[in-house]
Design a protein around this ligand. Structure first.
Ligand SMILES: [Zn+2]
Length: 179
């Protein structure tokens, strides 16, 4: 049981790698990770019982290098902002793109100047600077950090049902296991 695979997510919920239950329990015990999904059953030890983790999330963010070839698109902006309006913080699928510095005032169509905004906030802001509209950005927009390729053995993904919701859709994973 301590050799069962555990999906390790970054603090940002992005899949990082796979470790074994043994390692996951140590990370949780050291408060370096939290358990998101309990796989099956409990591990019995001298210190008591531990639920068997299946998905864990690291307590601190592992920084990944930027990938320069990441194409900017509507969808990528929404993904970067986690489908959250960058002005009011509402999470919604009904998002628009907002140029922080309006285009007609010299704003560029770049990662650093485009954010997700809900319809209401976009209307509210109109063609103004956030400050002029009395609005404030939740995060300073930047080019998204992209995780290094994450490989997941296919048989694991089929096996571990509770992993599915943490893995990007439409992606294929092959071979290789970290740690
Ligand atoms: Zn909003």
């Amino acid at each position: 049981m301590i050799n069962l695979p555990v999906l390790v997510l970054n603090q940002s919920y992005e899949p990082l790698n796979i470790c074994r239950v043994r390692r996951a329990v140590v990370l949780i015990y050291q408060n370096k990770a939290e358990m998101l999904e309990n796989g099956s059953g409990f591990i019995h030890s001298v210190d008591g019982e531990f639920p068997v983790p299946s998905v864990i999330r690291l307590a601190s963010l592992i920084r990944r290098p930027y990938r320069s070839d990441r194409k900017m698109s509507r969808l990528e902006i929404f993904r970067r902002d986690r489908y959250t309006c960058q002005y009011c913080g509402k999470q919604t699928r009904q998002l628009t793109l907002d140029h922080v510095t309006p285009r007609y005032r010299g704003g560029q169509h770049t990662w650093e100047n485009v954010v997700s905004a809900c319809v209401f906030c976009n209307r509210q802001k109109a063609g103004r600077f956030p400050k002029e509209a009395g609005m404030k950005l939740i995060h300073q927009p930047a080019k998204p950090a992209v995780t290094a390729p994450f490989y997941l053995p296919l048989n694991y993904s089929a096996l571990q049902k509770e992993w599915q919701k943490y893995l990007p859709r439409g992606s294929f994973y092959y071979a290789a296991e970290a740690e």
